[in-house]
Design a protein around this ligand. Sequence first.
Ligand code: ZN
Length: 446
Amino acid sequence: MKLAIGVAAVTLGLGLSFVSPVMAVETEKEPILANGQSLDELRKHTPGISTDELKSELIKNPTTILLDVRTLEEVKLSGGIIRATRSLSIPRGWLEFRIGEAVADKNAPIVVYDDDNQRSLLAVLTLKRLGYVNVRNYTDGFPAWKKAGLAIEQPDLALNSFLYALPEKVADGVWSAIGQTAPSTYENSGHNNNLSFVVTGDGVVVFNGGGSWLLAKSLHDEIKKVTDQPVKYLVLENGQGHAALGASYWQDLGVPVIAHEDAAMEIEERGDAIVTSAKRRLRDKFYGTILVHPDETFSEKKIIELGTTRIELQTLGPAHSPGDIMLWMPEKKLVISGDMAFHQRMLPVFEDTDTAGWIETWEAFEGLGAKIVIPGHGSPTNMAEVTKYTRDYLVFMRDKIKDIIDNDGGLNDAYKIDQTAYEHLDTYEFLSLRNAARIFQAMEFE
Ligand SMILES: [Zn+2]
C-alpha cells in the first residue's frame, strides 16, 4: 500500500514537470519531485528489458506486444517504430483511454518504450495499476534500437485515409497503394497487400478489392483524384481476404468482379472463416463489409482491351495460394504479380502452398520478360529483386530441408536452419520458423 501511494505521487510530479518551465520551478518545493531521484528510484523497481533481450524475445515470443508511448510527431521525426508482429502506438496521454480496447488480455506480455526511458516507466506503472500483470520497460529506448540497425517500420503513412499508404504512380497510367509489409492489423486497417489500378483511356481496372469495404472505398476516393474515368472491372489476385473482402463495395457500384475459378472456389469454401477472422481483427473498421462472389471467372487467361490498352489476366501455374493470377501489360512490360512475387517481407508458406510448383512456375513468370514488377507485397521493383526474395528463398529452404530428410533428421532440425540471410525482411520474426515447419511437413510426403 505504501508503495502505491509513493508511486502515485511520482507520476503526478513528473507529469507536471513536462508541462512548462514555470511548473518545473514550482515542483522544486517538493524534493521528491525535483531532485531527479524519483525516476531512478522508479527505474530500480520496474522490470526492464535490454536491447539484446528484446531482440531475442521478439523471435522466441512473437505475440509480445510492443507499445510505443511517444506522440505521432515524435514517431515520425525519429523515423518509425520498432518492428514487431504486435505493435501498438498509443501516446502516453491517451494510454488509459485506449489500452483497454487495444489489449483485452490482462496477462498479455507487453514491453513499453519511448525515446529516453522516462514516459515508458510511467506507462508501465499505469498499466500495472490498470491490472496488466506482465509489463516490462525497454530500458535502452527507441534510439538505441535504431542505432543498432535492428528492424523498424513506419507507422501509418496516410493518416487521413484508411489506406496504409496512398497510391503512388508506378508507370504511365499505373498506380499502386503499397500496403504495410506486416500482418493485417487493426492499426493498418488490413491494408497489408498492394492495391493497384490501371487508367486506360477508356475506364479504370482495379487490381484487388482490399481487406474491407472501407479500404475499397478509400482506394476509390484516391482513384477519383487521379481520373474522372469510371472503374470498369475489379480483379482479385486470389481468394484471400485482403484480395476479396472489399469486392462488395465495387459490386454495389455495378462494377463486375473477375477472379480465377480456383479463387472463386476458395471464397466459396473458406469465406465464412475469412470473414470471422477479419472481423475480429478490424472490429469497427470492418463496417459495411460483406462477402460476395466473383461475377466472372476464368481458368487460364482473360484479355481485357480498353481503348488502346491491352491487359492480360493470367495464371502461370501453382504458386502461393489457389487461384493466384497476375495482370500483365505487354506494351509496358509491367506485371502486377499478385502473390506470385514478394518484396521486402518474408513470404508466408500456407498449408496449401506448393513450394515445388511455385519454383517451377517461376520460370514461366521470368519468361514474361517484365521490366517493372508490382509485387503482391512490398514496393514496386524489378525481376532480380523479387527473384532473390521469392524464388531463391524457396530454393534455399527446400535444399536445406532435403538435406535434413536425406539424413533422417526431424522437424527440430528444420527449426534450426540458419535463415539469418533473410533476417532483414519484414515478418521474419513471425514467419521464419513457421515456414521451416510447413515446408518440412510437406516435403516429408513428397
Ligand atoms: Zn498476399
